[in-house]
Design a binder for this molecule. Structure first.
Ligand code: NAP
Length: 283
């Protein structure tokens, strides 16, 4: 089976390694060519979307924003063979996923929206949770490929339902992360020992994945990106735009992230939400 893979960033690179280690024939393409070349031990490196899309059975993409998904997909549609399955793993818009699904059908292609959760660590360890929308027959064909880097993998139904599930997931993360940040800020302002407090939280009912990973990064003042502030802002905007009801907590966290982006923190990791307090950005 020949695979094309577009977008070799924080998430895409480890996914390519897993596919290659499972023995699949992978060709990669990235807008900044050097990032794709770093994978030359694992995959062939294409210089164009035409090259990565031609004569493939499955084409994956995990790029940045919905506009990137649209631009890349329209190019892929031009060059992919009939019956190719295109799998978009970017966190993107459910409406765009529907639109691209319909457009792919008119070109005798199949498109799945298959966003992932579990972060950089999940991608590196191959333990992502992957949610898929689109035709179930196409899902079953690509299931073994997705299993290369997923420990939870579910078919969620019609086109767009992968993205709808992912945005629900991001809403949960917004609340959990905001809670962790405010808790540690409160503890810090009262001069508690943060490392001891963190051990207490992790041993009891405040324990969570956000507390475990981002909590420790906050205590260590490590703001390196595993998941970018700019991408989290994109996700919460997509959730708010696609919701039929007002989302109070999501809107509050979205406004905090907007303030951080205005203050040039967009390329930091989401744990830098604490800077909303530490930099006195409070509205
Ligand atoms: P990233 O490191 O910025 O990776 C995105 C990659 O896609 C970059 O290498 C970028 O190339 C490439 N790209 C973007 N637009 C492109 C285009 N038009 N044509 C070709 N290549 C293009 O970001 P990431 O953290 O891997 O996240 C990727 C997506 O997954 C985002 O939608 C994010 O929200 C989502 N996601 C992230 C995480 C996480 O924890 N990091 C978890 C789940 C989902 P350049 O090098 O030229 O910018």
């Amino acid at each position: 089976m020949k695979i094309g893979f577009i977008g070799t960033g924080i998430m895409g690179s480890p996914m390519v390694k897993h596919l290659s280690e499972k023995g699949y024939d992978v060709t990669v393409y990235n807008r900044t060519q050097e990032k794709a070349e770093q994978l030359s031990m694992y995959a062939k490196v294409a210089k164009s979307i035409e090259e990565v899309s031609s004569n493939k059975d499955v084409i994956f993409m995990i790029v940045g924003y919905p506009k990137d998904v649209e631009q890349v997909s329209l190019e892929v549609f031009k060059y992919a063979n009939k019956n190719t399955i295109i799998v978009d793993m970017t966190t993107s818009s459910p409406g765009l996923a529907n639109h691209l699904y319909e457009m792919a059908l008119t070109k005798e292609l199949s498109m799945l929206d298959a966003p992932v959760t579990g972060g950089e660590v999940g991608a590196i360890n191959g333990t992502l949770s992957t949610m898929v929308g689109g035709d179930e027959t196409s899902f079953l064909k690509v299931k073994p490929l997705l299993e290369s880097f997923s420990s939870t993998l579910l078919y969620m139904g019609k086109a767009g339902n992968g993205q709808r599930t992912k945005l629900s997931n991001q809403i949960a993360i917004a609340g959990a992360l905001a809670g962790v940040v405010e808790s540690l800020y409160y503890a810090q302002t009262l001069n508690l020992d943060l490392n001891l407090a963190h051990q207490i939280f992790m041993g009891g009912s405040a324990s969570s994945n956000q507390m475990k990973t981002n909590g420790l990064k906050i205590i260590n003042k490590d703001y390196e990106p595993g998941f970018y502030i700019k991408h989290f802002l994109k996700d919460l905007n997509l959730a708010i735009e696609s919701s039929i009801k007002h989302l109070e907590v999501t809107t509050t966290v979205r406004n905090m992230l907007e303030k951080l982006v205005e203050n040039n923190h967009e390329n930091k990791g989401t744990q830098a939400l604490i800077l909303y307090y530490l930099d006195n950005l409070v509205i």
